[in-house]
Structure formats: structure tokens, C-alpha cells
Ligand binder design. Structure first.
Ligand code: UFG
Length: 329
């Protein structure tokens, strides 16, 4: 199949490209390279450096490459930055979705799989979070993802563009051969920051708060391996094309780990006694976010292989050891 991966040079998008190529698809990547890395893109995929807001350029690629389906990973994703620069997020994320759907409408491309987020739920009243849990985002990032989902809904009604939104919980890990992985600037995520501290062996890692209403006072999150996450995308696209029905699925393993538990697991996996400081709350962090992912398991037949957080950390550690400076030489 001819699949366009928008944001295919980013952390999650590059893993999707790798998998889709390995499955024998013709893969075309579109990425602005604002935050992505050209080196992360599988050389067997065709690459276009295009800003998603350039609707005509996107439509031209869809037409020229005879694209049948799109996977969309191109969005700004730093929660803290979104609070400080909301307009940047609304412009890139929301306008990017509108631009993509316009280009799809113009060229008759009917299928879209989209990276949504658990950030759309905000602070849930009860756990685990199902797809029926009300959407109540508490930051601009989460709100842009919710708006993007709503735009997809109406584009289905009006234009017949069928889509699946996948609401990710905390994605971590790297390709199993350690050749591609997470490389954000700045890095704000828990596991990569712990890996960097393990590599540096210096006390520059801080846990943000130990006074939350959780088992040990630190935030609880649901970690899903990037390789398992991409499995769900492949299954979602197949399901979408078979049923011709738009839908939404949570992607998490349904296991909650506290920040301290992740740190302890990382100490075990790396063998490094990682120094850390217990700092104040970061702001905007919900106590606990744990997915009910039974819908994805039942409807898509998704079965994550890396439910043990040690395995997720081991694959992140493999990538960080092989690429201590990320993709930069
Ligand atoms: N944390 C630290 N120290 C760090 C980095 C993070 O203590 O150096 C803590 C955070 O305060 C939080 C936990 O680790 O308690 C996880 O933080 P991340 O930044 O890794 O992830 P978030 O849970 O904030 O957000 C991630 C994605 C979002 C997504 C969300 C859904 O980045 O896009 O998961 O669960 F919406």
C-alpha cells in the first residue's frame, strides 16, 4: 500500500516508517524537520521536506505519489511549552490538521490514522481512563489534540474522510536494534531524562514532586513501548479500511508506575546508581494517568508485547548508550 507518514522524521513517526517499510509498503514521508531528524527516516522511504501548513504542496505529494492512506504524527507536543506559547500550538497543530484534511479532500484520500493523546482527558475523575471518559484538557497541547479529533469527526461527516484517533499514554523505548529512538530538544520526558542522568553519572535529574495522591507521592503513568504503539497503528489502519468507520482507541498497557518506581527500575536495568534530587511539582501534572486499553485489545486485536517496564527501559537504554548525543554527530 502507498502510505504517507506526516511527521515521519519524529520520534514516533520514524518508528512507524520503519515498520511500514518492513511490512512491504511504499512509504512516503513528509516532515518540516522543525523538530524531526532526517537521519531517523528509513532510507527506503521517499522523503519530502514540507511544512504541513502548505496545503498545496501536501496535496501535490498526495496526488503525485498516489497515496491511499495517511498516518499523522506531526504536532508540537511539549505540554509546558504549550502553556507558554499557546498560539504556536494552535497554529501548528490545529491548522496543520485542517491543512492535511483539505489536501486529502482535494485529492480524494479517504483514510487517516492520527496520534492523539491522553492529554485530551485532563484530570480524570476515575481510573482507569476509558474512551468514554469525558475530554477535559488542562493545557493548550491537550486541547489542540481534542480540537484535531473534533475536526476529523466533522470532516468524516461532511467529506467522508474516515479516521482513527489513537490516544497515547506515555510512549517510551526505542527500536530494538537501538538505531532510532527519542531525541527531543529540549528533552522533558521522564525516561530519556533518567537515561541521560545514567550516562552522565551526575546529579542532574530531578523528580518533580513527591506530595501527590499516589502510592509513594510521585506521579503515576502508564508506559507503552513505541514498538507496541506502532503495532496498534498498523492494526488500526487495517481495521479502518475494512470497516470504513471512524473510531478512537486508548493506547496504554493499563499498568501504572510511579516516577520513583521508574527510577528504581532504571537503576536495576542500567546498573548505574542514578543520582537524583526530589524537587517541587512541575505544574499541570495530574496525579495518575492509567489507560483502560481493552477496546484496542478487543476490537483491533492489539496485544502489547512489552508490558514489563524493565523491557521498555532496557530498549531506551540501548538507544541512549549507542547515541549519547542523539542524532547529532
Ligand atoms: N518527570 C520528572 N522529571 C523529569 C521529567 C518528568 O519527575 O525530568 C515526571 C513528570 O513530572 C511526570 C512524569 O515524570 O510526573 C512523566 O512526565 P513526562 O514529561 O515524561 O510525560 P507526561 O506524563 O507529562 O506526558 C506524556 C506525553 C504527553 C501525553 C501524556 C499522556 O508527553 O504528550 O504523556 O499521559 F499527553
Amino acid at each position: 500500500m502507498k502510505i504517507l507518514v506526516v511527521g515521519g522524521a519524529g520520534y514516533i513517526g520514524s518508528h512507524a516508517v520503519r515498520r511500514l517499510v518492513a511490512d512491504g509498503n511504499d512509504v512516503v514521508v513528509l516532515d518540516s524537520l522543525f523538530t524531526g531528524h532526517k537521519e531517523a527516516v528509513d532510507p527506503k522511504a521517499k522523503f519530502y521536506q514540507i511544512d504541513l501548513l502548505d496545503t498545496e504542496a501536501v496535496a501535490e505529494v498526495l496526488k503525485k505519489e498516489e497515496i491511499e492512506a495517511v498516518m499523522h504524527f506531526a504536532a508540537y507536543s511539549l505540554v509546558g511549552e504549550s502553556v507558554k506559547k499557546p498560539l504556536k500550538y494552535y497554529k501548528n497543530n490545529v491548522s496543520g490538521m485542517i491543512s492535511l484534511l483539505e489536501a486529502m479532500e482535494e485529492t480524494g484520500v479517504k483514510y487517516l490514522v492520527f496520534s492523539s493523546s491522553a492529554a485530551t482527558y485532563g484530570i480524570p475523575e476515575k481510573l482507569p481512563i476509558t474512551e468514554e471518559t469525558p475530554l477535559n484538557p488542562i493545557n493548550p497541547y491537550g486541547e489542540t489534540k481534542m480540537m484535531m479529533e473534533k475536526i476529523m469527526h466533522w470532516a468524516d461527516k461532511a467529506n467522508g474522510i474516515k479516521s482513527i484517533a489513537l490516544r497515547y499514554f506515555n510512549v517510551a523505548g526505542a527500536s530494538l536494534d537501538g538505531s532510532i529512538g527519542e531525541d527531543h530538544h529540549p528533552e522533558t520526558h521522564l525516561i530519556p531524562n533518567i537515561m541521560k542522568a545514567a550516562l552522565a553519572g551526575a546529579g542532574n535529574f530531578t523528580i518533580f514532586g513527591d506530595d501527590y495522591n499516589t502510592k509513594d507521592g510521585t506521579n503515576v503513568r502508564d508506559y507503552v513501548h513505541v514498538v507496541d504503539l506502532i503495532d496498534a497503528h498498523v492494526l488500526a489502519l487495517k481495521h479502518l479500511m475494512e470497516t470504513n468507520q471512524s473510531d478512537v482507541f486508548n493506547l496504554g498497557t493499563a499498568n501504572g508506575f510511579s516516577n520513583l518506581e521508574i527510577l528504581k527500575a532504571a537503576i536495576k536495568v542500567t546498573g548505574v546508581d542514578i543520582p537524583y534530587t526530589m524537587g517541587p511539582r512541575r505544574g499541570g501534572d495530574p496525579d495518575s494517568l492509567v489507560a483502560d486499553s481493552s477496546k484496542a485489545r478487543k476490537v483491533l486485536g492489539w496485544s502489547p508485547k512489552y508490558e514489563n517496564v524493565d523491557d521498555i527501559i532496557a530498549s531506551a537504554w540501548n538507544w541512549h548508550q549507542k547515541h549519547p548525543n542523539g542524532f547529532s554527530k
